[in-house]
Design a protein around this ligand. Sequence first.
Ligand code: SAM
Ligand code: SF4
Length: 346
Amino acid sequence: MDRLHVLDNVTTCSPPSLGPLVDSFGRVHSNLRISVTDRCNIRCVYCMPESAQFLPRQDLLSFDEIERIVRVAAVLGIDKIRLTGGEPLVRRNLPDLIGRIAGIPGIKDIGLTTNGILLAPMARSLWDAGLRRINVSLDTLSPEKFLELTRRPGLESVIEGIIAAKEAGFDPVKVNAIAIKGTTEDEIVPLARFAREHGLELRFIEYMPLDVVASWERDKVLLASEILERLERDVASLRPTPDQDPRAPAADYDYVDGKGRVGVIASVSRPFCMSCNRIRLTADGKLRNCLFALEETDLRTLLRGGASDSMLTTALRESVSSKWEGHEINTSRFIKPERLMHSIGG
Ligand code: SAM
Ligand code: SF4
Protein backbone atom coordinates (compact mmCIF):
# COMPACT_ATOMS: atom_id res chain seq x y z
CA MET A 1 0.00 0.00 0.00
CA ASP A 2 1.12 3.54 -0.64
CA ARG A 3 1.92 4.76 2.83
CA LEU A 4 1.31 8.36 1.93
CA HIS A 5 -2.21 9.51 2.25
CA VAL A 6 -3.89 12.76 1.49
CA LEU A 7 -6.59 13.48 3.99
CA ASP A 8 -9.54 12.84 1.76
CA ASN A 9 -12.00 13.79 4.42
CA VAL A 10 -10.61 17.32 4.63
CA THR A 11 -13.30 19.07 2.70
CA THR A 12 -15.00 21.44 5.07
CA CYS A 13 -14.47 25.17 5.01
CA SER A 14 -15.34 26.02 8.60
CA PRO A 15 -12.99 28.50 10.31
CA PRO A 16 -9.85 26.96 11.81
CA SER A 17 -10.30 25.89 15.40
CA LEU A 18 -7.84 27.43 17.82
CA GLY A 19 -6.07 25.64 20.63
CA PRO A 20 -2.92 23.56 20.74
CA LEU A 21 -1.97 20.46 18.78
CA VAL A 22 -2.56 17.71 21.32
CA ASP A 23 -2.32 13.99 20.64
CA SER A 24 -4.26 11.17 22.26
CA PHE A 25 -1.55 10.79 24.93
CA GLY A 26 -1.89 14.45 25.97
CA ARG A 27 1.36 15.56 24.38
CA VAL A 28 1.21 19.18 23.27
CA HIS A 29 3.16 19.89 20.08
CA SER A 30 4.95 23.22 19.79
CA ASN A 31 7.99 22.32 17.73
CA LEU A 32 8.12 21.98 13.93
CA ARG A 33 11.21 20.75 12.12
CA ILE A 34 11.28 21.73 8.48
CA SER A 35 13.49 20.06 5.92
CA VAL A 36 14.22 22.58 3.18
CA THR A 37 15.98 20.15 0.85
CA ASP A 38 16.89 16.48 0.63
CA ARG A 39 20.16 17.36 -1.15
CA CYS A 40 23.50 17.42 0.56
CA ASN A 41 27.05 18.43 -0.29
CA ILE A 42 28.55 15.44 1.58
CA ARG A 43 27.48 11.79 1.95
CA CYS A 44 27.62 10.66 5.58
CA VAL A 45 27.72 6.88 5.56
CA TYR A 46 25.07 6.63 8.31
CA CYS A 47 22.63 8.94 6.56
CA MET A 48 22.60 8.58 2.80
CA PRO A 49 23.96 6.38 0.04
CA GLU A 50 26.73 7.64 -2.26
CA SER A 51 24.34 7.56 -5.20
CA ALA A 52 21.32 9.14 -3.50
CA GLN A 53 18.40 10.08 -5.74
CA PHE A 54 17.18 13.62 -5.09
CA LEU A 55 13.78 15.18 -5.53
CA PRO A 56 13.17 17.20 -8.69
CA ARG A 57 13.07 20.91 -7.81
CA GLN A 58 9.38 21.30 -8.57
CA ASP A 59 8.62 18.76 -5.85
CA LEU A 60 10.20 20.91 -3.14
CA LEU A 61 7.93 23.21 -1.20
CA SER A 62 8.50 26.81 -2.23
CA PHE A 63 9.24 29.44 0.41
CA ASP A 64 5.67 30.72 -0.03
CA GLU A 65 4.34 27.24 0.70
CA ILE A 66 6.57 26.74 3.73
CA GLU A 67 5.62 30.16 5.06
CA ARG A 68 1.92 29.37 4.65
CA ILE A 69 2.25 26.11 6.61
CA VAL A 70 4.18 27.85 9.38
CA ARG A 71 1.50 30.59 9.61
CA VAL A 72 -1.21 27.97 10.03
CA ALA A 73 0.88 25.95 12.50
CA ALA A 74 1.72 29.05 14.56
CA VAL A 75 -2.00 29.66 15.17
CA LEU A 76 -2.09 26.11 16.61
CA GLY A 77 0.71 26.76 19.07
CA ILE A 78 3.82 25.90 17.09
CA ASP A 79 6.34 28.46 18.34
CA LYS A 80 9.65 26.77 17.69
CA ILE A 81 11.02 26.04 14.21
CA ARG A 82 14.16 24.18 13.22
CA LEU A 83 15.40 24.15 9.64
CA THR A 84 17.18 21.04 8.53
CA GLY A 85 17.64 18.76 5.54
CA GLY A 86 19.57 17.24 3.67
CA GLU A 87 21.90 20.14 4.07
CA PRO A 88 19.81 23.28 4.58
CA LEU A 89 22.58 25.66 3.51
CA VAL A 90 22.52 24.27 -0.04
CA ARG A 91 18.99 25.66 -0.44
CA ARG A 92 19.34 28.97 -2.26
CA ASN A 93 18.35 32.16 -0.40
CA LEU A 94 17.85 30.43 2.94
CA PRO A 95 18.22 33.72 4.89
CA ASP A 96 15.14 34.95 2.98
CA LEU A 97 13.10 32.03 4.35
CA ILE A 98 14.44 32.64 7.86
CA GLY A 99 13.43 36.29 7.65
CA ARG A 100 9.92 35.33 6.55
CA ILE A 101 9.50 32.79 9.36
CA ALA A 102 10.92 35.20 11.93
CA GLY A 103 8.17 37.66 10.96
CA ILE A 104 5.30 35.22 11.62
CA PRO A 105 3.35 36.12 14.77
CA GLY A 106 3.79 33.42 17.42
CA ILE A 107 7.16 32.12 16.23
CA LYS A 108 9.57 32.62 19.12
CA ASP A 109 12.56 30.59 18.16
CA ILE A 110 14.27 29.53 14.91
CA GLY A 111 17.14 27.06 14.81
CA LEU A 112 19.21 25.41 12.10
CA THR A 113 21.04 22.10 11.92
CA THR A 114 23.88 22.11 9.40
CA ASN A 115 26.96 20.15 8.45
CA GLY A 116 28.79 23.50 8.57
CA ILE A 117 30.60 23.20 5.23
CA LEU A 118 28.98 26.33 3.77
CA LEU A 119 28.54 28.09 7.10
CA ALA A 120 31.54 30.43 7.26
CA PRO A 121 30.45 32.81 4.49
CA MET A 122 26.78 32.61 5.54
CA ALA A 123 26.92 32.87 9.34
CA ARG A 124 26.43 36.65 9.48
CA SER A 125 23.52 36.71 7.01
CA LEU A 126 21.79 33.88 8.89
CA TRP A 127 22.11 35.83 12.13
CA ASP A 128 20.93 39.04 10.49
CA ALA A 129 17.88 37.22 9.10
CA GLY A 130 16.79 36.24 12.61
CA LEU A 131 18.35 32.83 13.21
CA ARG A 132 19.41 32.50 16.83
CA ARG A 133 20.25 28.82 17.36
CA ILE A 134 22.69 26.76 15.40
CA ASN A 135 23.79 23.13 15.63
CA VAL A 136 26.76 22.06 13.58
CA SER A 137 27.20 18.33 13.00
CA LEU A 138 30.80 17.26 13.40
CA ASP A 139 31.79 13.69 14.23
CA THR A 140 35.57 13.89 14.15
CA LEU A 141 38.56 16.23 14.17
CA SER A 142 40.64 13.94 11.98
CA PRO A 143 40.64 14.82 8.24
CA GLU A 144 41.05 11.13 7.32
CA LYS A 145 38.17 10.04 9.54
CA PHE A 146 36.07 12.91 8.20
CA LEU A 147 36.66 11.66 4.66
CA GLU A 148 35.80 8.11 5.72
CA LEU A 149 32.56 9.17 7.45
CA THR A 150 31.33 11.75 4.95
CA ARG A 151 32.94 10.43 1.74
CA ARG A 152 34.02 14.02 1.04
CA PRO A 153 36.77 16.38 2.24
CA GLY A 154 35.74 19.48 4.19
CA LEU A 155 36.77 19.32 7.84
CA GLU A 156 38.56 22.66 7.65
CA SER A 157 35.48 24.41 6.26
CA VAL A 158 33.36 23.02 9.10
CA ILE A 159 35.80 24.34 11.73
CA GLU A 160 35.86 27.71 9.97
CA GLY A 161 32.06 27.65 9.98
CA ILE A 162 31.95 27.03 13.73
CA ILE A 163 34.33 29.92 14.36
CA ALA A 164 32.36 32.21 12.03
CA ALA A 165 29.10 31.29 13.80
CA LYS A 166 30.62 32.26 17.16
CA GLU A 167 31.85 35.53 15.70
CA ALA A 168 28.42 36.26 14.22
CA GLY A 169 26.90 36.05 17.71
CA PHE A 170 25.53 32.50 18.07
CA ASP A 171 25.95 31.57 21.71
CA PRO A 172 26.25 28.74 22.36
CA VAL A 173 27.20 27.12 19.09
CA LYS A 174 26.12 23.51 19.54
CA VAL A 175 27.98 20.63 17.98
CA ASN A 176 26.24 17.31 17.27
CA ALA A 177 28.33 14.16 16.98
CA ILE A 178 26.94 10.78 16.10
CA ALA A 179 28.16 7.87 18.21
CA ILE A 180 28.73 4.59 16.38
CA LYS A 181 30.42 1.66 18.04
CA GLY A 182 33.51 0.48 16.22
CA THR A 183 33.57 3.71 14.20
CA THR A 184 33.56 6.86 16.30
CA GLU A 185 34.59 5.84 19.86
CA ASP A 186 38.01 7.35 19.41
CA GLU A 187 36.50 10.69 18.41
CA ILE A 188 34.64 11.24 21.68
CA VAL A 189 37.49 12.47 23.83
CA PRO A 190 39.17 14.75 21.23
CA LEU A 191 35.76 16.28 20.38
CA ALA A 192 34.98 16.86 24.06
CA ARG A 193 38.34 18.53 24.66
CA PHE A 194 37.92 20.67 21.52
CA ALA A 195 34.42 21.73 22.64
CA ARG A 196 35.66 22.68 26.13
CA GLU A 197 38.53 24.66 24.69
CA HIS A 198 36.32 26.63 22.29
CA GLY A 199 33.24 27.11 24.49
CA LEU A 200 31.01 24.85 22.35
CA GLU A 201 28.13 22.72 23.63
CA LEU A 202 28.72 19.20 22.40
CA ARG A 203 25.99 16.59 22.07
CA PHE A 204 26.44 12.96 21.23
CA ILE A 205 23.57 11.29 19.37
CA GLU A 206 23.01 7.55 19.53
CA TYR A 207 23.04 5.91 16.12
CA MET A 208 19.48 5.34 14.87
CA PRO A 209 18.05 2.92 12.28
CA LEU A 210 17.36 5.56 9.62
CA ASP A 211 20.40 4.90 7.55
CA VAL A 212 21.08 3.22 4.26
CA VAL A 213 19.15 -0.02 4.17
CA ALA A 214 20.29 -2.66 6.64
CA SER A 215 23.57 -1.13 7.76
CA TRP A 216 22.24 -0.24 11.24
CA GLU A 217 22.65 -2.91 13.89
CA ARG A 218 21.92 -2.69 17.57
CA ASP A 219 25.49 -3.66 18.37
CA LYS A 220 26.71 -0.54 16.58
CA VAL A 221 24.85 1.79 18.96
CA LEU A 222 27.37 3.37 21.27
CA LEU A 223 25.20 3.88 24.32
CA ALA A 224 24.84 7.20 26.10
CA SER A 225 26.01 5.50 29.32
CA GLU A 226 29.20 4.32 27.58
CA ILE A 227 29.86 7.80 26.21
CA LEU A 228 29.41 9.38 29.64
CA GLU A 229 31.71 6.79 31.24
CA ARG A 230 34.42 7.59 28.73
CA LEU A 231 34.06 11.34 29.26
CA GLU A 232 34.26 10.93 33.04
CA ARG A 233 37.31 8.73 32.70
CA ASP A 234 39.29 10.69 30.11
CA VAL A 235 38.04 14.28 30.19
CA ALA A 236 36.56 15.43 33.53
CA SER A 237 33.86 14.61 36.10
CA LEU A 238 30.26 15.40 35.18
CA ARG A 239 27.04 16.16 37.03
CA PRO A 240 23.52 16.46 35.58
CA THR A 241 22.70 20.03 34.60
CA PRO A 242 20.02 21.37 36.97
CA ASP A 243 16.56 22.49 35.79
CA GLN A 244 16.59 20.86 32.36
CA ASP A 245 13.58 21.09 30.07
CA PRO A 246 11.95 17.66 30.51
CA ARG A 247 10.76 17.77 26.86
CA ALA A 248 14.27 18.24 25.46
CA PRO A 249 15.71 15.13 23.80
CA ALA A 250 19.19 15.71 25.20
CA ALA A 251 20.22 14.91 28.78
CA ASP A 252 22.80 17.54 29.66
CA TYR A 253 25.74 17.33 32.05
CA ASP A 254 27.97 20.09 33.39
CA TYR A 255 31.67 19.47 33.88
CA VAL A 256 32.28 19.69 37.60
CA ASP A 257 35.34 21.89 37.01
CA GLY A 258 33.01 24.51 35.48
CA LYS A 259 34.52 24.22 32.02
CA GLY A 260 31.47 23.59 29.89
CA ARG A 261 28.56 21.29 29.27
CA VAL A 262 28.00 18.12 27.26
CA GLY A 263 24.81 16.28 26.31
CA VAL A 264 23.70 12.86 25.16
CA ILE A 265 20.67 12.13 22.99
CA ALA A 266 19.80 8.57 23.93
CA SER A 267 17.12 8.00 21.29
CA VAL A 268 17.72 4.26 21.31
CA SER A 269 18.71 3.35 24.87
CA ARG A 270 16.43 5.87 26.65
CA PRO A 271 13.68 6.90 24.24
CA PHE A 272 12.03 10.22 25.10
CA CYS A 273 8.85 9.59 23.10
CA MET A 274 6.50 10.33 26.01
CA SER A 275 7.72 13.91 26.17
CA CYS A 276 7.93 14.43 22.41
CA ASN A 277 6.56 17.77 21.22
CA ARG A 278 7.83 17.63 17.64
CA ILE A 279 6.32 17.26 14.19
CA ARG A 280 8.25 17.29 10.92
CA LEU A 281 7.73 18.62 7.42
CA THR A 282 9.74 17.00 4.65
CA ALA A 283 11.18 18.99 1.76
CA ASP A 284 8.42 17.62 -0.50
CA GLY A 285 5.71 18.72 1.88
CA LYS A 286 4.85 15.56 3.78
CA LEU A 287 3.95 16.01 7.42
CA ARG A 288 5.38 13.35 9.73
CA ASN A 289 4.25 13.08 13.34
CA CYS A 290 7.34 11.07 14.33
CA LEU A 291 10.89 10.66 13.06
CA PHE A 292 10.07 6.97 12.64
CA ALA A 293 6.54 7.44 11.28
CA LEU A 294 5.33 4.98 8.65
CA GLU A 295 2.55 7.26 7.45
CA GLU A 296 2.65 10.81 6.23
CA THR A 297 0.15 13.52 5.47
CA ASP A 298 0.56 15.11 2.05
CA LEU A 299 0.34 18.84 2.72
CA ARG A 300 1.85 19.73 -0.66
CA THR A 301 -1.07 18.20 -2.54
CA LEU A 302 -3.46 20.06 -0.26
CA LEU A 303 -1.60 23.35 -0.78
CA ARG A 304 -1.33 22.98 -4.54
CA GLY A 305 -4.96 21.91 -4.72
CA GLY A 306 -6.05 25.23 -3.23
CA ALA A 307 -6.73 24.07 0.35
CA SER A 308 -8.03 26.67 2.78
CA ASP A 309 -6.32 27.40 6.10
CA SER A 310 -9.12 25.47 7.72
CA MET A 311 -8.27 22.38 5.67
CA LEU A 312 -4.58 22.69 6.52
CA THR A 313 -5.51 23.08 10.18
CA THR A 314 -7.55 19.90 10.07
CA ALA A 315 -4.69 18.06 8.37
CA LEU A 316 -2.24 19.16 11.08
CA ARG A 317 -4.67 18.24 13.86
CA GLU A 318 -5.45 14.83 12.39
CA SER A 319 -1.77 14.02 11.93
CA VAL A 320 -0.97 14.92 15.54
CA SER A 321 -3.99 13.17 16.99
CA SER A 322 -3.06 9.93 15.20
CA LYS A 323 0.48 9.94 16.65
CA TRP A 324 1.53 6.66 18.18
CA GLU A 325 2.86 6.25 21.70
CA GLY A 326 6.44 5.98 20.47
CA HIS A 327 8.92 4.24 18.24
CA GLU A 328 9.54 0.57 18.93
CA ILE A 329 13.24 0.32 18.11
CA ASN A 330 13.75 -1.82 21.18
CA THR A 331 11.13 -4.39 20.21
CA SER A 332 10.68 -6.98 17.47
CA ARG A 333 7.73 -4.88 16.22
CA PHE A 334 10.02 -2.10 14.94
CA ILE A 335 9.60 -1.32 11.24
CA LYS A 336 12.22 0.90 9.68
CA PRO A 337 10.67 3.78 7.73
CA GLU A 338 11.25 3.71 3.98
CA ARG A 339 12.66 7.23 4.02
CA LEU A 340 16.32 7.66 4.88
CA MET A 341 17.43 10.32 7.36
CA HIS A 342 18.45 12.85 4.70
CA SER A 343 14.98 12.83 3.18
CA ILE A 344 13.17 13.10 6.51
CA GLY A 345 15.24 15.87 8.08
CA GLY A 346 17.05 14.87 11.25
N1 SAM B 1 22.88 18.09 7.01
C1 SAM B 1 22.61 18.61 8.30
C2 SAM B 1 23.55 18.04 9.34
O1 SAM B 1 24.21 17.04 9.05
O2 SAM B 1 23.59 18.59 10.42
C3 SAM B 1 21.18 18.44 8.76
C4 SAM B 1 20.50 17.14 8.45
S1 SAM B 1 21.19 15.72 9.27
C5 SAM B 1 20.11 14.46 8.72
C6 SAM B 1 20.72 16.06 10.96
C7 SAM B 1 21.42 15.23 12.00
O3 SAM B 1 21.03 13.88 11.85
C8 SAM B 1 22.94 15.26 11.94
O4 SAM B 1 23.42 15.71 13.19
C9 SAM B 1 23.31 13.82 11.71
O5 SAM B 1 24.49 13.45 12.38
C10 SAM B 1 22.12 13.09 12.27
N2 SAM B 1 21.96 11.75 11.71
C11 SAM B 1 21.97 11.38 10.42
N3 SAM B 1 21.78 10.05 10.30
C12 SAM B 1 21.66 9.57 11.57
C13 SAM B 1 21.43 8.26 12.13
N4 SAM B 1 21.30 7.18 11.37
N5 SAM B 1 21.35 8.16 13.48
C14 SAM B 1 21.48 9.26 14.27
N6 SAM B 1 21.67 10.50 13.81
C15 SAM B 1 21.76 10.66 12.47
FE1 SF4 C 1 24.26 15.35 4.68
FE2 SF4 C 1 23.59 15.84 7.21
FE3 SF4 C 1 23.06 13.47 6.08
FE4 SF4 C 1 25.55 14.10 6.56
S1 SF4 C 1 23.94 13.83 8.10
S2 SF4 C 1 24.76 13.22 4.66
S3 SF4 C 1 25.54 16.25 6.26
S4 SF4 C 1 22.17 15.38 5.51
